[in-house]
Structures are given as structure tokens and as C-alpha cells.
Ligand binder design. Structure first.
Ligand SMILES: [Zn+2]
Length: 280
């Protein structure tokens, strides 16, 4: 879809069942009886966002990296590499990788292990952007096992990217990575959680990361057990929804089960409803 002169695409890796202990199954069905029975897994979509601005190819979160490793038994699966190919791009063409946070369901696609068991950056020509508070927090909790599906850090490969100086750690609350592409630190889900605002020629888009993971969470203001600081997450979410509604920005959801984006309207009960975008 077009946002002014920006071209924006959701790259769907598919649906997955993610367990507390970090293991992952590719999900086959829609229903998740285990979830309702209180089991510690969740079915979720994984949808990194590709933003093209002139010669820049920007990725918002990097996906699970399913099947990227040379020794992976999951060959022939959809991942960020195969999805980029649909748009005539290769991982070498990516210039910026913006990470909302470092939980593994957003960051494992940043790197892979090659045939010689060497860890490599999936996007060898990209600069990776991360808030420095996210890195500090990830390091401080890296030894703990995740208590909730998807809410853990797996940093083994990310150390390689840090050592190779591929990661730019940001310190401000707001950073313009490129003209019209602004990162805002929200905290809440994790201390260094970022969201991304995009604007071009008077049109707006927003990538809310884990603040609003899918449209199913639009009108839920209950504090969330996934969040490091639930009150902060709630406040930031209310602020974000107001801004996005006023600007008629297009929201892009990372965890919707099917790739999903749209603008907000309000129904008779003043609830936010996502609308499809005419012409997109
Ligand atoms: Zn996530």
C-alpha cells in the first residue's frame, strides 16, 4: 500500500503456536482449544513490516526467522527471506532494521546460523536500531526463562550483531531514523519498547509493536500480564489510539493471525473499529 511516497507491505511468516518454554509449532488450525483450557501457549501471527522510501528498504521487526538456519529441518517455509523475494528484494537490500523490542518473536529473524555453524546477520548491509534501555533490560533478564509465550529473550545470536557493531543503540525518547520515520519509546511492554510513526505527503501510518499487537486488542484497556509496566502500557496505548484516530493513520499489526492493517473509526458505542482502506 502507498502512504504518500512510502510503499508499505506486511510480510506474513504465518501462524504459530508459541509456548512458555520458548518452543514453537507452526499452527495448522484456527482454533486453539489449549489456549482456552489455560495451557501456556498462544496462537499468533508474525507479520514484519517492509517500508520502502526512495533507496531505503526498512524492516520493522524481523520475524521469528523460521527456517533461516542452514541446519533447519523447516525448509520451504515462508520467512522474511522468501517474503522479500516476492517484492524483488533480497536480505542484502535491507538498509535499516528497526526493532520494537528484543523478545525472540520479533528479533530471531535478525540473524541465522550458516553451514559452518557461524552466526551471521540476515541483513548484512543493514543497521539495526534498538533502544539502549531494551538492551540493558534484556541483558539483565537473559538468564531467566520466559514466563509467558513469546515474552522471552534469546540473545545468543544477537551478541554477534552487537560485537560486529551492527546495532545502533538509541537513547532519546524520540528519534528520527529517516525523514518522516520516527521512533518513539513507549516502555510498558518492556522498558525500551519502541513504536514507529511514518508520514509522507500528509498521510500517516503507525506501527504499534506490542502496544497493540492485533486489532482484537483495540478496545481492551485491561492491564496485561505480558507487560513489564502495565500502567505505562495502558497510558501509552490510550495516547496512541487518540493520535492515530485523529491523524487517520493506518495501523499495521505484527501479531494479527492474518496480515492486517487499516484506519480507525468509532462505532455507536464509541468503540474503535478497524476499517479496510479503499483502494489498497
Ligand atoms: Zn511479540
Amino acid at each position: 500500500m502507498k502512504i504518500g511516497s512510502l510503499n508499505i507491505e506486511l510480510l506474513s511468516e504465518g501462524k504459530f503456536e508459541i509456548f512458555n518454554d520458548g518452543h514453537i509449532n507452526r499452527s495448522l488450525g484456527e482454533a486453539n482449544p489449549a489456549e482456552s483450557a489455560g495451557s501456556h501457549s498462544a496462537i499468533t501471527g508474525i507479520n514484519p513490516v517492509l517500508v520502502q522510501q526512495d533507496e531505503n528498504n526498512i524492516l520493522l521487526d524481523a520475524g521469528l526467522g523460521w527456517g533461516l538456519d542452514a541446519g533447519s529441518s523447516y525448509t520451504g517455509v515462508s520467512n522474511v527471506r522468501t517474503n522479500l523475494a516476492i517484492f524483488g528484494l533480497s536480505p542484502e537490500d535491507i538498509t535499516h532494521v528497526i526493532l520494537s523490542h528484543l523478545h525472540y518473536d520479533h528479533a530471531l529473524g535478525c540473524s541465522f546460523t550458516d553451514r559452518d555453524s557461524v552466526t551471521r546477520a540476515t541483513f548484512p548491509n543493514a543497521t539495526y536500531y534498538l533502544h539502549k534501555e531494551e538492551w540493558a533490560y534484556a541483558l539483565s533478564t537473559a538468564t531467566g526463562s520466559p514466563s509467558l509465550p513469546g515474552a522471552g529473550y534469546q540473545l545468543d545470536e544477537f551478541y554477534r550483531l552487537m560485537a560486529d557493531r551492527r546495532v545502533q543503540l538509541l537513547s532519546g525518547e524520540t528519534t528520527d531514523v529517516l525523514e518522516g520515520i520516527t521512533l518513539v519509546q513507549t516502555g510498558g511492554h518492556t522498558p525500551g519498547h519502541h513504536i514507529v510513526f511514518m508520514q509522507s505527503e500528509g498521510e500517516h501510518a503507525c506501527y504499534p509493536g506490542e502496544l497493540i499487537p492485533s486489532s482484537l486488542r483495540l478496545n481492551h484497556y485491561d492491564t496485561h500480564r505480558f507487560d513489564y509496566d502495565p500502567i505505562q502500557a495502558k497510558q501509552e496505548k490510550i495516547r496512541l489510539l487518540r493520535k492515530v484516530y485523529q491523524e487517520q493513520a493506518i495501523l499495521l499489526f505484527y501479531h494479527s493471525r492474518h496480515a492486517q492493517s487499516g484506519r480507525l473509526i468509532k462505532d455507536r458505542d464509541k468503540q474503535y473499529v478497524l476499517t479496510n482502506i479503499p483502494g489498497h
